[in-house]
Design a protein around this ligand. Sequence first.
Ligand code: 13P
Length: 250
Amino acid sequence: MRRILVAGNWKLNGSLAANAELLDGIIAGASADAPVDLLVCPPYPYLAGIADKLEGTGIAVGAQNVSQQASGAFTGEVAASMLVESGCTHVLVGHSERRSLYGESSKTVAEKFEAAQAAKLIPVLCIGETLEEREAGRTEAVVSEQLDAVIEQVGVQALADSILAYEPVWAIGTGMTATPEQAQDVHKFIRERIAGLDASVAEGLRILYGGSVKGSNAAGLFAMADIDGGLIGGASLKADDFLAIANAAS
Ligand code: 13P
């Protein structure tokens, strides 16, 4: 049985004051025995402070990006080992905003995945198609290419220590959520593709859905057989909204 994970991707949002208010609200409202794991992914400068604050709460901390390099002359980059020292257990890799706005190729994303695991971080690999690709009937081809690049880099077994997030680009920040059936179709496709290589890895792997998830649509999505939680953008920035999604998982 896969446990539901509700993860908040704060993107480029937050301040010391706003973060404190948000986290106080989440800590106060999160029930320790709910059958759901929680993860927050704030911007880099806040990670260490937030990891301290969340110690003992059971809420995990992740970064939104990581360098594929371990150290050296790479100005502006942050290594996986540094994220570990900052209290992170998870890191997002391959978010569509990194792919489209910062030119990250599937090969680069695969290298980041590998660097994260080398430092014992759990990578949350994000994959998903654009509206144009969906309309051209290329959804399965696109997610396969993004997934296969990682499998080629690290092998299918490495997926056992990772999390996947299917985020259709057309659903991100648009209010246009995929229907539970649309999302389930792709999640099932992804799981079956992995099962073709290793059935037990596929069975244990958590595949989150991301793209305009909110309290009102989360329960329908999480009820689907192959949807194991959510990667939440906008609705992770208000404690009540984030908790409503977490509660939908119970
Ligand atoms: P929204 O929930 O704002 O659509 O963002 C989804 C997302 O990109 C999470 O990584």
